[in-house]
Design a protein around this ligand. Structure first.
Ligand code: NAD
Length: 445
């Protein structure tokens, strides 16, 4: 039975055969938290985990909603809505980013927190999952407004977080500068250094060397691993990358340096194609110099501009979606030619597209494994902050590679043994680890 058959069957079981499964699937897609819960139930049933235990894992431990008043530059006071969700601390302190976006909802934050629990468990680092968000449009805020918003939000969630409780990090529209303010605010309010309360900071204020490159490096490592399992060499393999930001540009550069031919890239400004491989170091330099940090305006002999969406359907060995969620859909999946997809972005493939890809024999390395390099090096940053002992970049890189390779091997072995996709295997592996921690700890009181 394909993944869709399996999904529909279980959705029908959940709905006691009353509602059409397709409608249930639609509802899941519309609400990420419903989708998370369904994934937990599916993987849990495959593992034979008791329903009571799954109930614990489906539900976040804590959900904090805060209202964040900010004095705007024109003297008005605006009140922003913010959240911090602690999904699970079964395997360690909660860990996960903070998102600034107008579309943030509590259900989105709950789902993202749950996926962080699974991501940390797949790579077997001693963290649970958490996530935060503020409903705001950072593009419409001045630097001063953004700083006051960040500092007040930090103060509002401070009673619940801390280096041994819950450690935030950057996510969509948040960056090292915001993490620096976050750490500084906690330090001022607590009256003692609080470097380990947040990761993703600049190196001068406790950040880890190699953190910026970590997610892209992890993507490169798992690409190498999956190709090796298929008997293919990374050298000479053709690659297309969607998104040329932090994850996409670093992955493209490292793959290029390892001998792969990155023939296509795309970002918000368009796409570029060169049949014998783009000069990625030159393109990275161009993007760094470009005022909007985009690939538009780059020209070189043999380079052809293509529409951005065409990068997904190029005839390549490996496709790396590293832009946004929901990019590979039932509309474009039938035209995807890559044998391997490595999900640099979070949630780039819709469940319907997943089914089409699996039926066509395309191997998808799922996001919770493929892009976990960032959280692994966040873990290293936290360790270094707690010890006041900082590593050089070579140590970070070597330890990151070790963890990513081991995690890939674990997921690959389980997928082979259970005859399931890498996505389902990653979810099963993660869930089994979380469930074991809950079982061993027992239930208080
Ligand atoms: P980023 O903002 O640095 O880069 C995003 C890139 O996507 C940009 O080049 C942008 O132009 C491009 N893009 C946006 N819309 C596009 C479109 N319609 N078509 C083609 N390109 C488009 O973001 P990032 O940090 O690289 O994150 C990318 C993805 O990876 C996100 O899903 C994020 O959640 C995920 N991720 C990031 C990290 C990390 O450490 N940065 C870790 C794990 C997962």
């Amino acid at each position: 039975m394909g993944v869709l058959g399996f999904l529909l069957e279980v959705v029908d079981v959940i709905h006691e055969g009353k509602g059409p499964a397709a409608q249930a699937l639609q509802a899941m897609e519309a609400n990420p938290y419903e989708m998370f819960k369904t994934q937990v139930r599916l993987a849990g049933q495959k593992l034979g985990l008791p329903a009571d235990l799954l109930k614990i894992i489906e539900t976040p431990e804590r959900v904090l909603e805060v209202s964040v008043p900010v004095k705007m530059d024109d003297g008005r006071i605006e009140v922003f809505l913010g959240y911090r969700v602690q999904h699970s601390s079964a395997r360690g302190p909660c860990k996960g980013g903070i998102r600034y976006h107008p579309a943030v909802t509590v259900d989105e934050v709950k789902a993202l927190a749950g996926w962080m629990t699974l991501k940390c468990a797949v790579v077997d680092i001693p963290f649970g999952g958490g996530k935060g968000g503020i409903v705001c449009d950072p593009a419409g805020l001045s630097e001063g407004e953004l700083e006051r918003l960040t500092r007040r939000y930090t103060a509002m969630i401070l009673p619940l977080i801390g280096p041994s409780r819950d450690i935030p990090a950057p996510d969509v529209n948040t960056n090292a500068k915001i993490m620096n303010w976050f750490m500084d605010t906690a330090t001022v309010l607590r009256g003692e250094p609080m470097y380990a309360i947040v990761t993703g900071k600049d190196v001068a204020v406790g950040g880890a060397r190699g953190r910026r490159e970590a997610t892209g490096r992890g993507v490169m490592i798992v690409t190498q691993e999956v190709l090796a399992r298929l008997g293919k060499d990374l050298r000479g393999a053709t690659v297309a990358v969607q998104g040329f930001g932090n994850v996409g540009s670093v992955a493209a550069l490292l793959l290029h340096q390892a001998g792969a031919k990155v023939v296509g890239v795309a970002d918000i400004s368009g796409g570029l194609y060169h049949p014998s491989g783009l000069n990625i170091p030159e393109l990275v330099e161009h993007v760094a110099r470009s005022p909007r940090h985009v690939i538009a305006g780059y020209a070189a002999p043999g380079v052809v501009p293509i529409p951005a969406e065409e990068v997904l359907t190029l005839d390549v060995d490996v496709l790396i979606p590293a832009a946004l969620e929901g990019q590979i859909t039932e509309r474009n999946a039938p035209r995807i030619k890559a044998q391997v997809i490595v999900e640099g972005a979070n949630g780039p493939t819709t469940p319907e597209a997943d089914v089409i890809l699996e039926e066509r024999g395309c191997i998808v390395v799922p996001d919770i494994l493929a892009n976990a390099g960032g959280v692994v090096v966040s873990y290293f940053e936290w360790v270094q902050n707690l010890q006041y002992f900082f590593w050089d970049e070579a140590e970070t890189t070597a330890r990151l590679a070790q963890i990513m390779r081991r995690a890939f091997q674990d997921v690959w072995n389980l997928a082979q043994a259970e005859k399931v996709s890498l996505r389902i295997a990653a979810q099963m592996l993660a869930l089994a680890r979380v469930a074991e921690a809950i079982r061993l700890r027992g239930l208080f009181p």
